[in-house]
Write a protein that binds this ligand. Sequence first.
Ligand code: SF4
Length: 489
Amino acid sequence: MLAAVSRKFVVRTYGCQMNEHDSERIAGLLEAEGMEPASDLESADVVVLNTCCIRENADNKLYGHLGALKALRERNPSLQVAVGGCLAQKDRELVRRRAGHVDVVFGTFNVGRVGELLRQASEHGPQVEILDSAPSDDLEAYPSALPPRKDLGHAEWVTIQVGCDNSCAFCIVPQVRGPEASRPFSQVVSEVRDLASRGVVEVTLLGQNVNSYGRDIALALRSGSDSASEVAFQAGESWASSGRRVRPLFADLLRAVGSVEGIRRVRFTSPHPKDLLPETIAAMAETEAVCEQLHLPLQSGSDRVLRAMRRGYTAERYLQRLGEARKAIGDLAVSTDIIVGFPGETEEDFEATLEVVAEAAFDGAFTFQFSPRPGTRAGEMQSEYIAPEVVAERFARLAVVVERSALAAHRRRIGKVEEVLVEGPARKDPTMVAARTRQQKLVLLDPAPGLVPGAFAKARITDAGAHHLRGELSGTPLHPKRRRLAVLN
Ligand code: SF4
């Protein structure tokens, strides 16, 4: 048996927000097992590496870290090492073949089993457990449903959906996270109520394609494969018995979460442009708590490349939806993702991207140079790969266009008084205070009494760069609600 009370753990995360949220829940699970967070690797009894295979060189990074942990393990033979997440889901037994000192390998569908697997490993030796899909009625399929950490921030993530039904040519997510599964409506709302009762004021609804929330419920109904009770479970008992249509839309969820008392800001990520319904735009416009912020991944402005990427929309359709959202939602900030140098991208295709980016006038963009991911369709398009120097040159040209519109958007905010939510010391300059506007803009403020994490304040915007704003406090900050510790199950 593990001496659970005295054991200390470290969870290291590589990857996206979904992974970071998984890591929070892994930490919560280990705390529920009686363990405590360790301040560093040297003092840890358990190290969990939560991996990602979306980022470039993810496997090199993982196996590099595992190499370093081997030396630690030699100094501390009782140290347990666990590897979970997308790369573990993809590599499976390979993880232990390449790093024999790993005690536990677990996949994306059995995060909730990490504590039990560590126990089994200490009693019976190394454990590899990878499920290929989540049982449809298994609440543990959703990371948010697992025990939370003891200490909550003022802003928290809430998983509303796992998996993805799309097949974007550059993306490995559908293979490692499985098909889309929507978390029951009532379960999401009740988690948000619980968070609000503990002082959380902002929630970000998390899913691979949040706009299609509920679609799997409709598909299950149409296929006739699920019993009424299973569909009711998926939709959420209270929703299914309400007499409204059986499938809740993402718009319904936005309205419900936005009406939870105490929640002042609702965000979400990521929506797919092809599934941005008018109902979602209307819910954003009409629900006060839903922030005026939209992250809408464009990926390319060329219809030919979008087809090759299997994105399911054209540049014109994208701009049309963006226009509808901007028309309905005042002061909407829009950011995007763009991949430069997708296999076969011609100069003409790239110029089309520049034109769409200029027309869309984004507030900011995450731009990526294409790099192939093993196991994806794009990974097999070697004959169409673009020369690295061409990709780098296009990437630099794109940055100029993105920064131009970001700077212009930010300069338009100078002189405005914005409501900001304080995060804490700024990462790049801890002598300043970092706060966020409803549009998710980073505002740097001079420290002042009351500017503590979780406080709302008014800030007059005094200066703007492409990536942040400067502001000065206007009035007295509103103290954050006292947060209560979570009661662990
Ligand atoms: S929508 Fe496309 S990019 Fe997003 S997770 Fe699904 S397959 Fe990947």
